[in-house]
Ligand binder design. Structure first.
Ligand SMILES: Cc1ncc(COP(=O)(O)O)c(C=O)c1O
Length: 369
């Protein structure tokens, strides 16, 4: 008997079938989240490797609370806290685990979590694990959030937690500063997933708090990942001493899992140093790429994500395949990840300007053709 055949057939019929593939490495990559092109920087890799080689153990061997926590983890946490001006920090295995850890542990009975409808799937999954009330608000809509807070908050409510992303992974848009104002107005904790914003926005390229010049306070939580602009793998959470300590004591996705890979964190340290050292040039280049999009597509982009709405699952796959034939790989994002199918371009800084222009020209031709 072939298990799940009926379900697979339904997925295929809706043009939603997905399959992992190894693409030709010579394709110009406008699909991946390696925003700054650090994933091909061999110097960073060599430096990180040398640091790990100096250690007695090359693997964490255990969870952080047992004996898996190392000086490499601690150094990264301390560097991040100092730069981002947060009191405390903790490394986590991945962004997915970090969202599970945060939402599962922090949203307790009598608490209410208000979460943006476009929040990452890991956060939405985690809402199924909490005992608190979960209320979804319209994407980036301050009025909807505030009216829902007024509607649901009552005398018995303990904490209010608001969950947003700094830069949204599919739309590339930035959460407005007003979320911080609302969080302060209602004495709420503000959780910001910075997977796509850290390394890309802000005067110091540190992300959402930096971009809006918000000085971290006791109610702020910043979750950053290493798998995107940092060209590595893993994640971190920065917040107050109390919140970090609570996570260390209650978050199952932190407690019951092997500590993050030493090499990946060592590479994260190298990337962080690189970004800080080259922030002026990186920022200049980001602006230049955004200007190309303004000129060639008449679109204002705030990050390095360019969503081009196609609204047809079959057509996005056709466009993607035709671009592959021309030597380019782009994201063909369909439901359920997005409500309307999009071609998603990532303006990786290691891509030549002429290639970005050519891809845009080809896409325009394919849309109209
Ligand atoms: C907004 C957002 N949060 C969290 C994650 C998960 O991070 P990770 O890939 O490190 O598990 C991702 C992407 O993968 C993401 O786009």
């Amino acid at each position: 008997m072939k298990h799940y055949q009926r379900e697979l057939d339904i997925i295929k019929k809706a043009n939603r079938f997905r399959q992992r593939k190894i693409y030709d490495k010579n394709l110009v990559d406008l699909a991946s989240n390696d925003y700054l092109g650090l994933a091909s920087n061999k110097k960073l890799l060599t430096n990180a490797y040398k640091k790990v080689l100096k250690e007695k153990y090359i693997s964490p061997k255990a969870s952080m609370l047992v004996n898996g926590y190392s000086k490499i983890h601690q150094k990264f946490e301390q560097k991040l806290c100092k730069l981002n001006k947060f009191e405390a920090g903790i490394v986590v295995g991945s962004g997915f685990l970090a969202n599970i850890a945060l939402i599962e542990s922090l949203v307790r009975k009598k608490d209410i979590l208000f979460i943006d409808e476009d929040y990452h799937a890991s956060g939405i999954l985690a809402t199924k694990l909490t005992q608190g009330l979960v209320v979804v608000f319209k994407h980036n809509d301050l009025n909807d959030l505030e009216s829902k807070i007024k509607q649901h908050q009552h005398q018995n409510t303990n904490r209010i937690i608001i969950a947003i992303e700094g830069v949204y992974s599919m739309g590339g848009d930035i959460a407005p500063k007003g979320f911080n104002t609302i969080a302060n107005r209602y004495n709420a904790i503000l959780l910001v997933d910075e997977a796509h914003s850290s390394g890309v926005i802000g005067k110091n390229l540190l992300g959402w708090f930096d971009y809006h010049s918000i000085k971290p306070q006791q109610n702020h939580i910043k979750m950053g990942t290493l798998g995107k602009a940092y060209g590595s793998y893993g994640a971190y959470i920065l917040s107050s001493k109390n919140i970090i300590s609570f996570l260390e004591n209650r978050a199952k996705a932190i407690i019951y899992t092997t500590a993050p890979s030493l090499f990946d964190i060592a590479l994260g340290i190298q990337s962080l140093k690189y970004i800080i050292k080259h922030k002026k040039n990186i920022s200049k280049k980001i602006k230049c790429y955004q200007d190309i999009i303004k000129k060639d597509l008449d679109m204002n982009v705030d990050s390095l994500i360019v969503p081009i709405i196609i609204n047809d699952n079959k057509k996005v796959l056709e466009i993607q395949q035709k671009l592959i034939n021309d030597g380019y790989i782009v994201g063909a994002i369909r439901q359920p990840t997005v409500s309307k199918a999009i071609i998603r371009l990532i303006l990786k800084l290691d891509i030549k300007k002429k290639d970005i222009r050519k891809v845009i020209k080809n896409i325009k031709g394919l849309i109209n053709g």
